[in-house]
Design a protein around this ligand. Structure first.
Ligand code: GLC
Length: 428
């Protein structure tokens, strides 16, 4: 029993209140449809974000399953005919876009979505909502979209054909300014946010470079080999998603496709184990450029393979006992920090508010959610329970904040941040 019954009721009520209070609705003339979705935060993040929506649907599957289905249906309504789904969908909002956000889209007077991806957790979200609702028509509606989306990823994001998908910008992992990308970006230490963008621009590594002249031609971007990262977290989520997709295909009797996705999932898992693991330090690291150099910053990304169902015991033990449970690295009073405390880049609280560099130390609820599931899957029950307990303590004390100081627990960033409601799924 991780929570008292009345605490649980209170937590669920608060979560539902926040999610319903973050709904955006209207009519979009480009997509020619009424839209309705939960935005990540009504003040800072008004649009529909890809992985945020998947998280919202996962929490909502416990609280309001119709709204959970709606969240995912609204997301796939913005899918391109070839399967691609942008990481931000600008429902009727593109007019107010900042210059920087504009660069994340293909050149257009009024972009409707970005040309970037986010971690492919759509299949896990659909599986969760299906499990909770047993709604076969919903599954039948979503499945062709899912198949198309995961096929798009394999066909367009794996230029070297090794099974791992590559990201073309640090924003695609969802862990925006994580020090895991410093090496690939040629940064020795993080400059202040404004200088960060200028520096990357000077090196031809920023988003504008991807747009300029190339307008997001993936073939040309990969040929340039500038920011080309095979990310451990993105690929762990991808492999887990392919397993979910395989199971969903099997539910509707599409056995051959199920087998195909299951074997693709295993291939991705093998590639993560074979290429991203470093025996000496007992952790996983991102690969960058065609040469597949390992960037050695120890961040929460290094722990992500714990979610892989096929992770062998000896790897899991290294990740958990050598790193996650290490009080000098990740086992801080409010785990799990986004960067190990032992890293020179570790900052428990970002400087430079109101536009901080994100993911350089604080604890976030979505990464805790992933790790807890992985830990349970591999039998590390006590460690998982401890993270859940601390996560619940944080949201009850500080509210659903964007991120938290892993040492003091202080809540920071956006103050009604919708995916922090994932604690509801963690305690269920
Ligand atoms: C921040 C996060 C990203 C998230 C977005 C919207 O940019 O780093 O992961 O999707 O906010 O919440």
């Amino acid at each position: 029993m991780l929570m008292r019954a009345e605490e649980m009721i209170h937590l669920k009520e608060k979560a539902l209140q926040l999610l319903r209070g973050s709904l955006k609705e209207g009519f979009d003339s480009y997509y020619q449809r009424r839209y309705k979705y939960v935005c990540p935060d009504t003040r800072q993040y008004p649009w529909q974000w890809f992985w945020d929506s998947c998280f919202h649907a996962i929490t909502l599957s416990h609280l309001d399953v119709e709204l959970a289905k709606n969240e995912l249906l609204n997301l796939v309504a913005a899918q391109e005919p070839d399967g691609f789904i942008g990481h931000v969908i600008y429902w009727r909002g593109a007019g107010r876009l900042r210059y920087w956000a504009r660069l994340q889209s293909k050149l257009a007077w009024r972009p409707h979505r970005t040309a970037l991806i986010q971690p492919p957790i759509l299949a896990q979200a659909v599986e969760k909502v299906y499990q909770r609702s047993q709604d076969m028509p919903f599954l039948r509606e979503m499945l062709p979209r899912l198949v198309l989306y995961y096929r798009w990823l394999a066909a367009n994001r794996d230029p070297d054909g090794d099974g791992l998908i590559a990201i073309i910008s640090n924003y695609e992992s969802g862990l925006d300014n994580s020090p895991a990308y410093d090496e690939a970006l040629g940064l020795r230490r993080a400059p202040p946010p404004r200088a960060w963008q200028l520096l990357l621009k000077a090196r031809g590594l920023d988003i504008s470079n991807l747009v300029r002249g190339r307008n997001y031609s993936l073939r040309r971007i990969f040929a340039l080999d500038r920011f080309n990262v095979e990310d451990v977290a993105v690929n762990s989520v991808y492999a887990e998603g392919l397993h979910s997709l395989a199971r969903l295909c099997a539910v509707v009797g599409r056995e051959q496709e199920a087998q195909g996705f299951a074997s693709r999932a295993s291939r991705v898992e093998e590639a993560i184990l074979g290429k991203c693991y470093d025996r000496e330090t007992g952790a996983f690291y991102n690969l960058y450029r065609k040469k597949e150099l390992q960037s050695k910053a120890l961040t929460v990304i290094s722990l992500f393979p714990i979610i892989l169902p096929g992770l062998p015991r000896e790897y899991a033990d290294e990740v958990v006992s050598r790193h996650l449970q290490n009080p000098h690295e990740f086992w801080l009073p409010y785990p799990v920090p986004s960067v190990a405390k032992s890293e020179p880049s570790f900052e428990p609280e970002p400087r430079h508010f109101p536009r901080p560099l994100l993911w350089r130390g604080p604890t976030w609820m979505n990464t805790n959610w992933f790790l807890v599931r992985g830990l349970r899957r591999h039998g590390y029950t006590e460690t998982a329970d401890r993270i859940v307990q601390k996560s619940v303590e944080l949201v009850l004390r500080e509210g659903f904040r964007e991120f938290y100081n892993p040492i003091t627990g202080k809540g920071m960033g956006a103050s009604g941040f919708a995916w922090s409601t994932l604690v509801v799924d963690m305690v269920e």
